[in-house]
Design a protein around this ligand. Structure first.
Ligand code: ARG
Length: 265
């Protein structure tokens, strides 16, 4: 398994594009570096290979590689960010994907539908189904226009709570049949739709706000933020080995373990 990450050299809270971010609540840089290194080492210890994209000054959210795009059937579907504060990340991710030899879809100027798409932050595969988050960042229209996606396999997930603005903040498939989620983050219709396709385990409200659902699943190993005891018990019951990583400096920006990673194989 290969995962793309970006060192937090220039990470910080420099603007506010989600309710977690507050420029008056800055990042403790040394702690952010420690937490990132902890996650990086944990991912490697679980047997995954980590690739790195170079950090860029002035792009503090580049650390959240989950939003770079979505790895899909051997290709990369490139992101089209909603906020101009993050749009500058695209060329750097694009170059990295090019140099790594990936065929790219949704390339600006070639086949972009103009609808917003924030990559694996909003689109999460489980088996051959694609759980498609929309409502705050990615637009539903994006999935509709993406003709390379099998429309019959798309499960639409409408996000309704601004604190859970990306799908990966409130939903995480564990395997082809099971997932954890924060049901309150979804519209009633989507709750039902999602429950029709997977066995869903709810996290509690406190742990949801600790980014419990923002987990990195590496087969039977799972990496979650610290402060999620109830989820830990559940995952262990389901046969997972749980690794908890401190993520408080990233929660300040509205992200945690999963947001800092992108699967690229
Ligand atoms: N500050 C970033 C933003 O608002 C955080 C992104 C978190 N990424 C994620 N995949 N949930 O865009």
């Amino acid at each position: 398994m290969k995962i793309l990450m970006c060192r937090p050299d220039y990470y910080g809270i420099e603007y506010e594009i989600n309710p977690w971010m507050n420029v008056q609540r800055p990042v403790d840089h040394a702690a952010a570096v420690r937490q990132w290194e902890g996650l990086y080492k944990t991912i490697q210890s679980c047997g995954a290979q980590v690739e790195l994209v170079a950090p860029i000054k002035g792009l503090p959210d580049l650390v959240f590689t989950a939003n770079a795009g979505l790895f899909f059937q051997g290709k990369i579907i490139l992101a089209n960010f909603k906020f101009k504060q993050r749009q500058g990340e695209v060329p750097y991710f694009k170059t990295w994907f090019e140099q790594a030899g990936f065929v790219q879809l949704n390339v600006p100027g070639i086949d972009q539908s103009h609808a917003f798409f924030e990559g694996a932050g909003d689109a999460l595969p489980a088996g051959n189904q694609l759980f498609a988050g929309y409502g705050f960042r990615t637009e539903r229209e994006f999935y509709k226009k993406a003709n390379y996606l099998d429309q019959t396999q798309i499960i639409y997930c409408e996000l309704v709570d601004p604190y859970f603005y990306h799908l990966d903040t409130c939903f995480c498939p564990l395997n082809d049949q099971q997932a954890i989620w924060n049901p309150a983050a979804f519209s009633k219709k989507s709750q039902k739709n999602m429950a029709d396709h997977l066995e869903l385990f709810a996290v509690n409200e406190i742990e949801a706000k600790r980014f419990a659902c923002n987990a990195v699943v590496l087969d039977k190993q799972i990496i979650i933020p610290t402060g999620c005891p109830q989820l830990t018990v559940l995952l262990e019951k389901l046969g997972y080995t749980v690794h908890a990583c401190a993520m408080d400096e990233y929660i300040k920006a509205g992200g945690a373990c999963k947001c800092l990673t992108l699967r690229v194989d």
